[in-house]
Unconditional design. Structure first.
Length: 402
């Protein structure tokens, strides 16, 4: 554990001096699904905390009468909410203006004693302090279902400088985080731009306002295959790239979080080796992720959760973008049969219908996409660098070296 120059204080010692300042949401019979209504008092859940969106996200409500029985789990502006199940350890400060709400059973409310601590500083300490991270990792592994409990949160070791220094550190980290967010927003704008270009050139794939003919994907497919099972034994620290579902986005290949393999020799390996121009499609779990190998990435293979689609009579980038569009995703969702059949088979993929747009228009879109993608890659590189700088800054802050 990295040592801090600051005094280490258990989080519970920094809670407001009131009953239930540290409180987990209602369990079991306290709040039944049958008691949910379409409007009323909002129930805040994990999705609200992760997205830092409290009034504009979620459709779970209770009546005011039910709220009167659950006031102990009400939240108010300034409360810090921490996720206790699923994606654990995420948190957000409830902003001013948030409507009357309660939290669900997957959240814990920490109400800080503002005479001792700055709520923004506490939030950053829980998010970024190495001491807190190590405590959460250690205790979450030993908890049932990889969750947290209130005792784990109460005992979190918080590096605590004087209040004025807390505010200074929080202000610096807020500014640095704002730069990170703007980098991410720039990337999101590029993604939205590409979607708008697609819609402008080809129209809405669901309604087909340009009146393109519709044809099945198997009319343009030259080759289709899926990855091999059992390649875990070939994993290595270096070697050929082994593309997994997390390496395929929404019409893009993500060459981060890469695994590597010492691939075996033979026809089975060659069958699953990717080539430039290949479309990759996720066929299990998170269905419908797509991306094109549009440049040389070296020797690479796919795992069993991905399929290779190879076409010559259509533009791969157009096909991938279509599959990633609303029109493509609706078809894929329908084929998944709402989870009765988990995944897509080759017949499912062949049956997908695409707009038969003119080849010249497809090529024009691909050229634009490649230019924009180069810009996006640079933005991602800047974003990663900004994130590394932020981590270094926050590490210094909680060591007491800022």
């Amino acid at each position: 554990m990295i040592k801090s120059k600051f005094q280490i204080i258990p989080l519970e010692n920094l809670a407001a001096k009131e009953k239930s300042a540290i409180k987990i949401g209602p369990f079991g019979s306290q709040l039944k699904k049958s008691e949910l209504v379409s409007s009323g008092i909002h129930i805040i859940g994990i999705e609200n905390v992760i997205n830092e969106n409290f009034d504009g996200l979620g459709d779970r409500f209770i009546t005011n009468a039910k709220f009167q029985t659950l006031k102990s789990v009400a939240v108010k502006p300034g409360d810090i909410l921490i996720t206790m199940m699923g994606t654990i350890g995420e948190l957000a400060v409830v902003p001013e203006g948030t409507s009357t709400s309660i939290m669900d059973s997957h959240l814990l409310r920490f109400r800080p004693n503002t005479a001792l601590c700055d709520r923004k500083y506490i939030s950053w300490a829980i998010k970024c302090s190495s001491a807190v991270k190590q405590s959460l990792d250690k205790n979450a592994r030993g908890a049932i279902m990889s969750g947290l409990n209130s005792e784990i949160i109460r005992s979190l070791p918080i590096p605590l400088p004087p209040l004025t220094e807390q505010k200074r550190i929080a202000a610096i980290l807020d500014k640095a985080d704002d730069i990170r967010r703007k980098r991410l927003q720039a990337i999101q704008l590029v993604e939205e731009f590409l979607k708008s270009i697609f819609l402008d050139m080809f129209g809405d794939p669901v309604t087909n306002p340009k009146g393109f003919k519709i044809k099945r994907l198997d009319n343009v497919l030259d080759y289709i295959t899926s990855g091999s099972r059992g390649w875990a034994r070939y994993y290595s620290d270096s070697g050929a790239k082994f593309l997994r579902i997390q390496n395929v986005g929404r019409n893009e290949i993500l060459l981060t979080d890469l695994a590597h393999v010492n691939a075996p020799k033979g026809a089975e390996a060659e069958r699953t080796r990717v080539k430039s121009g290949d479309i990759l499609l996720s066929i299990t779990a998170d269905l419908g992720r797509t991306g094109v190998i549009y440049q040389d990435i070296g020797e690479a293979y796919i795992n069993q959760h991905l399929a290779i689609l190879r076409v010559s009579s259509a533009e791969p980038i157009y096909i991938s973008a279509f599959l990633a569009s609303k029109g493509g995703q609706l078809q894929i969702k329908k084929l998944d049969r709402q989870g009765v059949k988990s995944g897509l088979n080759f017949d499912d993929i062949r049956s997908l219908e695409i707009l038969d747009a003119p080849a010249e228009l497809q090529r024009k879109f691909a050229a634009i996409w490649k230019k924009v993608q180069k810009h996006k890659v640079r933005l991602i590189e800047f974003s990663l660098l900004t994130d590394l700088n932020f981590r270094a800054l926050s590490s210094s802050a909680f060591r007491g070296d800022l």
